[in-house]
Design a protein around this ligand. Structure first.
Ligand SMILES: Cc1cc2nc3c(=O)[nH]c(=O)nc-3n(C[C@H](O)[C@H](O)[C@H](O)COP(=O)(O)OP(=O)(O)OC[C@H]3O[C@@H](n4cnc5c(N)ncnc54)[C@H](O)[C@@H]3O)c2cc1C
Length: 453
């Protein structure tokens, strides 16, 4: 293993990316300090444990782990955590019927996916010929269209349009905001969906387990506000405490930024990043995402032969059983409203409270149960996320993407948005953190002439 003994690294951000990086850096002998602006670790992994009866809980941020996501699954195993299968019945699909009432129109959402994949075939083949490289002119040509304009070009029918709109629960962007490239990239990578899992006991168990060994090397309520790097030293200015009035400075050999681009771009860096790197960070869009957790007196959504998860193009977004393995008669429905549905959901709740949302779930049987708890998280209003996760819009120059993870001097970059294969996922965050830690080790061993031991 390469050695970082004698090197000091400041990790900015105690989300999955930062914590996974800190674990590897510590294992290599670095003196690691982790700072996070929040008063908790985990960032966009947030298991909501307060406000629900019967000791129940559900995920406010990252929820499902796909079978193919090896990095996070392996990490969970190494930390002694168990993964539990979830939503075995897969996703169904709901949309308005001819009379304007929500109806379960498909027992599985696969039909819509398959039709979209077929319609995209003309792009998927050349994209594969370009070997998915975002600096290819093939990719630039695909990227300039929005999904909405492509749907118009191919005279898409109502079903195809509804499926594309329903995908805002996945991309967190409406068809007119999302580059066609995002859709092509997704379908080129995924032929089939694997089984879904979550961490037994809540996804925050993984971030808690990663944070525990840090002890007093973890500084919460500590926001990075400026960075300057000269020679071999990086100086990081931070605001401390909940009111953020106290300022101090930390110095280190390397900084690993594991922040979303939305907050990274607000931090002045001296000397500044190369212009393309700066543009790659500044121009990246983040999706709107409102997560609503509704706890009911009973789990009315369970019916024989019916899935317990549904996508939809409707204002409530996607809805699924949010705590299926947990004890108690009560149960929590998890709603994820992405893109325009995020505002639509907030409008419903502003008007009639959470009960407005409950009414929009009558097609699932919500009349037959009492609402006993609720929690809503609007991620685009969260000051340290400013959105759900990154998405690529038609104005984003695809060749810029390669700049997102690129180191600059003693500054290194991780986070969901820097991942290529798993952008938008917890797995991408873990992978990127580990990659950036390994990059620091590589640079350090080159500079200090220390080889692998
Ligand atoms: C509603 C929602 C649903 C999701 N569903 C899934 C899912 O089902 N499956 C899946 O795999 N993924 C899902 N994700 C995505 C997943 O949660 C993220 O990709 C992942 O958690 C991002 O981790 P990260 O470490 O890159 O960023 P973060 O978790 O955002 O960590 C960054 C940290 O930096 C801190 N920070 C920000 N600015 C500063 C600053 N200036 N100074 C100091 N600290 C700062 C933040 O407080 C935060 O703790 C979902 C996300 C959301 C929001």
């Amino acid at each position: 293993m390469p050695s970082l003994s004698g090197a000091s690294v400041l990790v900015a951000g105690a989300g999955l990316a930062g914590l996974a990086a800190a674990r590897d850096l510590s294992a290599m002998g670095a003196a690691v300090t982790v700072v996070d602006a929040r008063d908790r670790v985990g960032g966009r992994v947030w298991t909501v444990r307060d406000g629900f009866a019967q000791g129940q809980y559900a995920e406010g941020g990252g929820d499902m782990i796909d079978e193919a996501q090896r990095e996070i699954r392996t990490l969970a195993g190494e930390l002694g955590l168990k993964l539990t299968r979830m939503l075995r019945g897969g996703f169904g699909y709901v949309r308005l019927d001819a009379a304007g009432r929500p109806r379960i129109v498909q027992r599985t959402a696969l039909r819509g996916w398959t039709r979209l994949a077929e319609a995209l075939d003309a792009f998927i083949h050349p994209y594969r010929l370009a070997e998915q490289r975002w600096d290819s002119p093939i990719v630039t040509a695909i990227a300039r269209r929005s999904v909405a304009s492509w749907l118009d070009e191919v005279n898409a029918d109502a079903e195809l349009r509804a499926t594309a709109t329903g995908l805002r629960g996945f991309f967190l962007a409406d068809p007119d905001e999302l580059s066609l490239l995002a859709l092509v990239d997704q379908f080129a990578a995924t032929d089939a969906w694997g089984a879904l899992y979550h961490i037994d006991g809540g996804n925050d168990r993984i971030t808690a387990a990663l944070a525990a060994p840090l002890g007093d090397r973890l500084h919460l309520s500590t926001e990075v506000v400026a960075v300057s790097h000269r020679g071999r030293t990086v100086r990081v200015a931070v605001k401390n405490g909940k009111n953020g009035r106290a300022q101090s400075a930390l110095t280190c050999d390397y900084v690993l930024f594991a922040l979303p681009a939305t907050t990274l771009r607000r931090i002045p860096i001296e000397p500044s990043l190369p212009s393309q790197h700066h543009d790659a960070i500044v121009r990246l869009k983040y999706g709107r995402a409102t997560r609503t957790l509704l706890q009911f007196s009973r789990r009315f959504w369970r019916a024989a032969g019916r899935p317990t998860a549904f996508g939809s193009p409707l204002p409530f977004g996607a809805v699924w059983d949010g705590n299926e393995g947990q004890r108690g008669k009560a149960g929590i429905l998890s709603l994820l409203a992405g893109g325009g549905a995020s505002e639509a959901t907030q409008t419903l709740v502003a008007k009639d409270g959470p009960r407005g949302l409950v009414q929009s779930l009558e097609w699932l049987g919500s009349r037959g149960a009492d609402l006993i708890g609720s929690k809503q998280i609007v991620w685009e209003q969260d000051p340290f996320a400013r959105g759900g996760y990154a998405f690529f819009d038609p104005s984003y120059e695809p060749a810029l993407r390669a700049w997102l993870p690129r180191p600059f001097g003693r500054l290194f970059f991780a986070g969901e948005h820097t991942s290529i294969r798993w952008q938008g996922y917890m797995n991408g965050a873990v992978e990127s953190g580990r990659r950036a830690a390994a990059e620091i080790a590589a640079v350090h061993s080159r500079e200090s002439g220390v080889g692998s031991q």
